[in-house]
Design a protein around this ligand. Structure first.
Ligand code: ZN
Length: 383
């Protein structure tokens, strides 16, 4: 394995506070040594050890690859017409998922895999080096298992979301569907999944159902996470905190008790501002959560219905512009925060021994991610 010395890093975001006492752990005129898949050394250029090869990055800023901890990439078709209708004034309802379910069931494994490959490559071009991918558009035992098998080809962070919505054939028997999700479907999905998730929302699954599903998943060796409080207030966030889940996602409609529960738990609040942007809805209160001491992650929620962006730089810009995060908070939440939301300490930080996942910006500072929204600032991804 040959080592590579990267120099000419105008600004390095390490997410290692030992460098400067801030969360981003910034270094000017920095260097990094990579050794195979791992980082061997991080520090100032003048202190850098020798390596087998060297590259000068010309003063560009470098940060950890984005960790997108929430996406739904295994699907067929798109819902551009639904988006257009929504922009013309119709409100988003969870039932729109059923359109994608029908298209996904009709697709071949090869078609599903090609779509995931396309989206993962699109994410990579925008600086994402770790992505979580959920099932949830199959909603039969066979279709959920094959969705997860497809996702597994692209990431270890796969999530069983059989409890995305009750499929039409169970419309009159939702508890029968919960039995399926916690029984044969879980058995078929578990070998391909690391996580289990449920959409705890009015019109999807209530807190008792979500609780049952999460406990069944945990018994099958899957760790829990939850979609909660997206479309309105509800018990999901408090349930996630009570169960000590790694992350609870959306957190758009919270009351004081929800914020208190999050602040007193180790559960990460994952905010998905691309959804509010794409559905023209009020944003979560990132500022209030951070000020209350809650650890916040940012993720894309890339999916064909409520948010068809794969762009973490857009999420950073929305975090800053629309949710009053500082640029430093937003970049941390999109890298180290996402890693924490996946229970990972080997990504989202640039330090010796960590994964060599670096995003190089065509800009002198990470500030440009929020300052120059919509601009393709990712010059290169090293991973
Ligand atoms: Zn989602």
């Amino acid at each position: 394995m040959t080592s590579l010395l990267l120099t000419g890093i105008g600004e390095l975001v390490t997410n290692d506070p030992t460098h400067d006492g801030t969360r981003l752990g910034l270094l000017d005129d920095a260097a990094v040594v990579l050794d195979g898949h791992r980082i061997a050394w991080v520090g100032r250029r003048l202190d850098a050890p020798e390596a087998d090869a060297a590259r000068d990055l010309g003063g560009r800023a470098v940060l950890p690859g984005f960790v997108d901890s929430h996406s739904h990439l295994v699907f067929a078709g798109d819902r551009a017409e639904e988006f257009a209708a929504r922009m013309a004034g119709e409100s988003y309802a969870a039932g729109g998922i059923r359109t994608t379910v029908a298209a996904t069931r009709a697709a071949t494994d090869e078609q599903l895999s090609a779509n995931v490959a396309r989206l993962v490559a699109e994410m990579r071009r925008q600086g994402t080096t770790t992505v979580e991918i959920k099932s949830g558009y199959g909603l039969t035992t066979l279709d959920e298992a094959r969705a997860l098998a497809v996702a597994r080809q692209y990431t270890d962070e796969t999530t069983f979301l059989g409890a995305h919505v009750v499929p039409p054939e169970y419309a009159d028997d939702p508890s029968g569907y919960v039995d399926l999700v916690t029984g044969p479907m879980l058995d078929a999905a578990a070998p391909h999944a690391r996580w289990i998730d449920a959409f705890c929302e009015r019109g999807a699954f209530d807190a008792d159902q979500a609780h049952t599903i999460l406990l069944a998943g945990q018994a099958a060796g899957l760790a829990g996470r939850l979609h909660a409080n997206q479309l309105g207030p509800g018990p999901g966030v408090r349930l996630a905190c009570e169960l000590g889940l790694t992350a609870v996602d959306h957190c758009t409609h919270l009351d004081d008790a929800d914020v208190e529960a999050l602040a007193g738990s180790g559960t990460i609040a994952t905010l998905l501002p691309g959804v509010e942007f794409s559905t023209r809805s009020p944003y979560p209160d990132a500022r209030g959560l951070i000020d209350a001491g809650v650890t916040v992650a940012l993720a894309s929620d890339c999916n064909p219905g409520s948010c068809y962006t794969s762009s973490m730089p857009l999420c950073v810009a929305l975090g800053v512009r629309e949710m009053r995060m500082t640029p430093a908070e937003a970049v941390w939440s999109a890298t180290a925060g996402g890693a924490r939301a996946l229970g990972r300490d080997d990504v989202g930080v640039l330090a010796a021994g960590k994964q060599a996942h670096l995003t190089v910006l065509e800009a002198p500072s990470y500030l440009h991610l929020a300052y120059r929204p919509g601009v393709p600032l990712v010059a290169e991804v090293i991973a």
